[in-house]
Design a protein around this ligand. Structure first.
Ligand code: SAH
Ligand code: SF4
Length: 346
């Protein structure tokens, strides 16, 4: 059964018209979902009983059930959800000084097989629907409602490769971005991708103002092939070409994520290669501490070691920051809680 959260603003109006109602009905339903944030179709009191019954026959409201919730000492909250067909997925809410952010999952498992990642431990079961992504955001906003707070940022950095579920992700974002709904600003929305080159061109051509972050994690093809199999299909030359196109087309800075893996990609030579790769580009690197994953042998660098790498990049004119860890006491790294639950079930 379809969820009402599957439809963006325009599709909601279209649905109303197809039912022989006025487009305005679609507008009203959208407002009930995203402004009033009702739990039941019957709470949409300006719709006739007949209209509500018809909606209930065709659509469900919430496609997700909460299984567990963990709250970290730093306010980071992790939600484990179950879909109607029994799939597990997780979302993480983080509290920053600039606002509240939610990290959304885009698939059940992931097929990209990155060597260091917990999400890749289970093959992709399926893509998440638009409604299942919207519902993660709505759930977190409802929690915040109780405290009179607003969700201000969205990052699509949970389990899954968003560019392997491109249409659903773009549709989901258009829903939560819409100013008649939650109105989360485009510049407050970030999509993180491992670098599926054809989708980078598609994304560039859409000219949305969403931020794009690319998981780089290695400065040369040999190492990146080992860490991220996607690099075999789309090597660094092709990736950078696509990103240059995106950057020119949208007049945007390039953001790269780089996990510092002890003894693997954290050496002086790697910093030099990275600086060379990004030379003459308007780029920015987010250095990320590695969240240990039980099944993986990778280890994070210490803060001091990260600082050495940071200094090397800065000296070579690469702008960068070291990302602060959040919720490391609650397995907040992408895919970790889900893996624990799957292991427990087995
Ligand atoms: N598939 C997308 C988005 C989800 S992963 C992507 O790869 O970009 C979001 C980010 O978390 C990526 O940069 C990924 O490399 C990183 N990541 C994965 N496992 C991690 C871990 N154990 N510790 C720290 N970062 C991790
Ligand atoms: Fe998938 Fe991203 Fe994890 Fe790679 S890092 S396996 S692309 S979720």
């Amino acid at each position: 059964m379809k969820s009402l959260y599957d439809l963006n603003y325009e599709q909601m109006q279209q649905m109303a018209i197809e039912h022989g109602w006025k487009a305005f009905r679609g507008h009203q339903i959208f407002q009930w979902l995203y402004r009033s944030r009702v739990n039941e179709i019957d709470e949409m009191t300006n719709l006739s009983k007949e209209t509500r019954e018809q909606l209930k026959e065709e659509f469900e409201m919430n496609p997700l059930t909460l299984i567990t919730k963990q709250v970290s000492h730093d306010g980071t909250t992790k939600f484990l959800f179950q879909t109607k067909d029994g799939c597990l997925l997780e979302s993480v809410m983080m509290v920053f000084d600039y606002g509240n952010s939610v990290c959304v999952s885009s698939q059940v498992g992931c097929n990209m097989g990155c060597a260091f990642c917990a999400s890749g431990l289970t093959k992709k079961k399926r893509d998440l629907t638009r409604g299942e992504m919207v519902a993660q955001v709505i759930y977190v906003q409802k929690e915040l409602d109780a405290k009179n707070q607003r969700l201000s940022h969205i990052v699509v950095m949970g389990t899954g490769e968003p560019f392997d579920n491109y249409d659903n992700v773009m549709n989901f974002l258009s829903t939560v971005n819409h100013d008649r709904g939650l109105g989360i600003g485009s510049r407050h929305i970030t999509i993180s991708s491992s670098g599926i080159v054809p989708r980078i061109y598609d994304f560039a051509n859409e000219h949305t103002q969403y931020n794009l972050a690319i998981s780089l994690h290695a400065p040369n093809n040999e190492l990146r092939n080992q860490l991220m199999p996607v690099n075999k299909a789309y090597p660094l030359e092709e990736l950078m070409k696509a990103l240059d196109y995106y950057s020119q087309e949208n007049n945007r800075r390039l953001t790269f994520e780089y996990i510092l893996l002890k003894g693997v990609n954290d050496q002086v030579i790697h910093a030099r290669q990275l600086a060379k790769l990004l030379k003459n580009r308007n780029a920015y690197v987010n250095l990320i501490p590695y969240n240990n994953v039980d099944e993986k042998e990778f280890k994070s660098v210490s803060y001091q070691e990260a600082m050495v790498f940071y200094d090397l990049l800065m000296k070579n004119n690469v702008r960068c920051t070291i990302r602060k860890e959040h919720g490391n006491d609650i397995d907040a790294a992408c895919g970790q809680l889900r893996i624990k639950e799957i292991r427990r079930e087995k």
